[in-house]
Design a protein around this ligand. Structure first.
Ligand code: EPZ
Length: 427
């Protein structure tokens, strides 16, 4: 397994390109199932999860082709075509490796009237149930059966009638599955307390480009008028607001000055506010965002929340940055029940963090020390890299496959910014 060796202390500087958003791409890819015409996605990030999703779609008979990617390019163009589905089963051995596979449930049901998808199971950050996905689809007229670790969904003859569903809690994935099921329903559907993340807006924009009729895009109340068929489209994946925020934290903790090329400030207002509260300069510049710090960081109180609140996917990275703040910060993780696995590893690097339930108190320390650390989940891994960039001495982050799921060629990007990082294989 690969690991990354970081020699800390360099102030990051320069410009880094922001890749297409992983969490947008993972809901745009299954839209290809909704039509027999080609769907072309531009600015797709080169990530393990995208490759995994492509392989899953191939299982259903979806043809996929990659165009115009030179080795040095970031991002790729992929054309997908589901001319005819040869299967509607998402098997356990694929779903267990990538829980976002559950996002084929709604589109398969909409296109083929049936879907059999392995239950994704939990992951490091929580047990990640899918009950809200199933309740929304049932509200739209689907019949749901659970057996042998699989969920089997079927639509009445002639397709889903559509219906109304109010989410008891905000769920990104359940909103996405419900949207992709409703666009081909026979009638009109409504969703209330739907997720409003920018990735949901990206999904709605692609569906509309394919001929779907959706009202309330960007709000928590969506109305979807089902249509008989959807056509192909070409669509640019939005920039990754979490990747951008992660590099911003790396610039801040090293006292650097970087430009995030392609970052969209309007997607990341809560993260920008958190950085500014911590004393970091964040200003829109032509085509991106400038992030600079003199290294003096102020403690802050932060709580994650559904969009437009602070993204839970930014919690670990901000925590790493705040390890060197002049004082104690208080972070509250309201979305997932076990998203502090980076804490013991950060403390091994000399941080002073106490956790109690969903709350973490980050007592600022004068310095961090390089150490060998273990990645546990995607965003926790990035928090260890961020800490290593500022730590004295050398750090080694093991189990890089976690990072490769969500950060495109991160060692090359950090090298672009002047970090002393090296990827080595086979430990
Ligand atoms: C998406 O996960 C993202 N993944 C996550 O990013 C992100 O952390 C999360 O949204 C919240 O923003 C992708 O988009 C591929 P949820 P998702 O459904 O859809 C509970 C990353 O690091 N819940 O909004 O699975 C759930 O347990 C990943 O890129 C139910 O109870 O998140 C959680 O507590 C990690 N029942 C809360 O809702 C359900 O049926 C929010 O989960 C569904 C969710």
């Amino acid at each position: 397994m690969d690991k990354i060796i970081i020699r800390g202390g360099n102030r990051l500087s320069g410009t880094v390109p922001v890749s297409g958003a992983k969490n947008a791409a993972l809901t745009l890819l299954p839209c290809a199932l909704l039509t027999d015409e080609p769907v072309t996605l531009r600015n797709l990030p080169r990530l393990a999860d995208i490759d995994g999703f492509q392989h899953l779609l191939n299982q259903f008979g979806v043809s996929t082709s990659i165009a115009g990617a030179r080795p040095e390019d970031f991002g790729r163009v992929m054309t997908l075509q589901a001319t005819r589905l040869t299967s509607t089963v998402a098997p356990y051995d694929l779903v267990r490796k990538m829980r976002a596979s559950i996002l084929v449930l709604g589109p398969l049901l909409a296109r083929a009237g049936e879907a059999t998808v392995s239950l994704p199971g939990g992951c490091a950050i929580g047990n990640r149930p899918i009950d809200l996905h199933l309740k929304a689809l049932e509200a739209f007229g689907a019949q749901i059966e659970l057996a042998a670790g699989y969920v089997r969904a079927s639509a009445p003859d002639g397709g889903l009638p559509g219906g109304d569903y109010s989410f008891p809690i905000v769920s990104v994935g359940a909103t996405e599955n419900a949207l992709m099921a409703a666009v081909l329903a026979r009638g009109t559907s409504t969703l209330h307390n739907a997720a409003r993340e920018p990735e949901i807006v990206d999904l709605c924009n692609l569906l509309v480009a394919m001929g779907a009729q959706i009202e309330g895009i960007g709000t928590s109340d969506l109305t979807i008028h089902g249509v008989n068929r959807l056509h192909g489209a070409t669509y640019m994946v939005m920039p990754d607001r979490i990747e951008a925020g992660s590099y911003a934290c790396a610039a801040a903790i090293t006292g650097g000055d970087i430009t995030l090329a392609g970052a969209r400030a309007e997607d990341m207002a809560a993260t920008i506010q958190a950085l500014r509260d911590a004393g970091v300069l964040v200003e829109p510049v032509r085509g991106g965002l400038r992030v600079a710090s003199d290294g003096a960081l102020r403690p802050v109180t932060l709580s994650t929340a559904p969009y437009p609140g602070l993204a839970t996917d930014m919690q670990a990275q901000l925590m790493a940055m705040l390890c060197l703040a002049n004082g104690s910060s208080v972070l509250t993780e309201t979305i997932f029940e076990n998203r502090y696995m980076h804490v013991p590893e950060l403390n091994r690097m000399g941080a002073h963090i106490e956790t109690k339930g969903r709350t973490a108190i980050v007592h600022g320390v004068r310095k961090l020390n390089g150490a060998e650390v273990m990645a546990t989940d995607l965003r926790a891994s990035m928090s260890l890299v961020i800490a290593g960039l500022a730590a004295e001495g050398e750090s080694q982050v093991h189990r890089l496959y976690h990072l490769d799921r969500g950060y495109e060629r991160l060692e090359e990007k950090f090298a672009l910014l002047g970090a002393d990082v090296e990827r080595v294989g086979g430990d």
